[in-house]
Design a protein around this ligand. Sequence first.
Ligand SMILES: C[S@@+](CC[C@H](N)C(=O)[O-])C[C@H]1O[C@@H](n2cnc3c(N)ncnc32)[C@H](O)[C@@H]1O
Length: 196
Amino acid sequence: MTVVSSGYERKANELYETEAWATEALLRVLPPPPRSLEVWEPAAGNHAIADVLYQGGADVFTSDIVQYSRPHNAIFDFLSGAAVPDAIPLRALQAVITNPPYGKGNREAVAFARKALGRCPHCWVALLLTAKFDFGKTRMDLFRDSPRFFAKVALVDRIQWFAGEHGGTEDHAWFIWAPDGIGVQTPRLLYEGRAA
Ligand SMILES: C[S@@+](CC[C@H](N)C(=O)[O-])C[C@H]1O[C@@H](n2cnc3c(N)ncnc32)[C@H](O)[C@@H]1O
């Protein structure tokens, strides 16, 4: 998330925890059902996304560059790490799902998207990003020119990243890419939010 206009200090490693409803919204529209889905959460933080996936029936493998309060399957720098650790069963995975660090100018988020698509060509990839992340000429490879770009899920409610924050400060969306070879014709635009 971006904290520039919120008045809150940027947190170390950008540990911003995703409210459960946002992941529940993703699970309502992600084509493969969560039941028995093998998922890698590669920036797992305190497992806010992983827990919802698990409750939905998924097998979730977690990694992060840092260990917070919850143990991960692996400590792994997703951007600069070379070989994926053995604790992450890369070949068996069906999805990579996370809210990654965004970094200055969204540069880390862009790198996360490219790495996720490259590391797991046979996976669905779903990333929680700022709502206008698909704007910008330098990201055409991820959107207009990507045969895998499947859907943008605009979140019509705002995520609260800080205790005591009211209403959230920024719009977000899930961006979903399909496994290589599925042949997406036209990406979809969907709308989701907190369950009524
Ligand atoms: C915005 S938080 C999201 C945490 C969790 N996915 C969630 O939604 O609650 C970003 C997470 O990315 C992790 N992170 C930052 N740089 C990373 C890297 N290069 N590789 C893996 N994880 C990283 C941080 O430690 C932090 O847990």
